[in-house]
Design a protein around this ligand. Structure first.
Ligand code: IMP
Length: 180
């Protein structure tokens, strides 16, 4: 019988939930879909740091299109409006006006991050915007969000590995692990 591989990250224990082999298969599938859907155009990939750095690197190597990539970050600061926390997109050093944009995200949980990002990017008048995420927790979505590309849907549990962190740690692990 195969033993479940468990690991410790800081004070929490995790078990493998998506193996590196499965991730690779799904990343290749999504890259193929993007290459097919965007044939004849030159999209700009916007990878959201920090979590998407490994996913973006693997995905891009399987995308068969002339394309560009830029890395953006979401900075949080306390705003004066009633919603409190405002998130600003920083590091967008590429002109996306009139360009097809594909956001590369590590995980969509409540969807609030992506909703904010879409709103901000629309202000730059891109030709189109699609979301490409490694993981999606459908049961946690709080907003209506059109996620066109998704490698894997997962249950509502905390995960680490393959770029995703727990308090800054665990990003370097090849598999994805779920908290136990
Ligand atoms: P959302 O705005 O709730 O969709 O949250 C998205 C962000 O929360 C992701 O980009 C991650 O940084 C973080 N996040 C959500 N769930 C997890 C998880 O299970 N592990 C690690 N980070 C997560």
């Amino acid at each position: 019988m195969q033993q479940t591989q468990t690991i410790q990250v800081l004070d929490k224990a995790f078990a493998v939930s998506v193996t590196a082999a499965e991730i690779e298969k799904e990343v290749k599938r999504v890259a193929k879909e993007i290459s097919r859907d965007y044939a004849g155009s030159q999209p700009v990939f916007l990878a959201v740091l920090n979590g998407s750095f490994i996913f973006a690197a693997d995905l891009l190597r399987h995308v068969d299109l002339p394309c560009e990539i830029s890395f953006v970050k979401l900075a949080s600061y306390q705003g004066t409006n009633t919603t409190g926390n405002i998130r600003e997109v920083i590091g967008l050093n590429i002109d996306i006006t009139g360009r097809p944009v594909i956001i590369v995200e590590d995980i969509v949980d409540t969807g609030l991050t992506m909703a904010h990002m879409l709103e901000t990017l629309k202000g730059h008048n891109p030709a189109s915007i699609d979301i490409c995420t490694l993981l999606l927790k459908p049961s946690k979505l709080q907003v209506k969000l059109d996620v066109r590309y998704c490698c894997k849907e997962i249950p509502d549990d905390f995960v680490v590995g393959y770029g995703l962190d727990y308090d800054g740690f665990g990003r370097n692990m090849k598999d994805i692990y779920t908290i136990i």
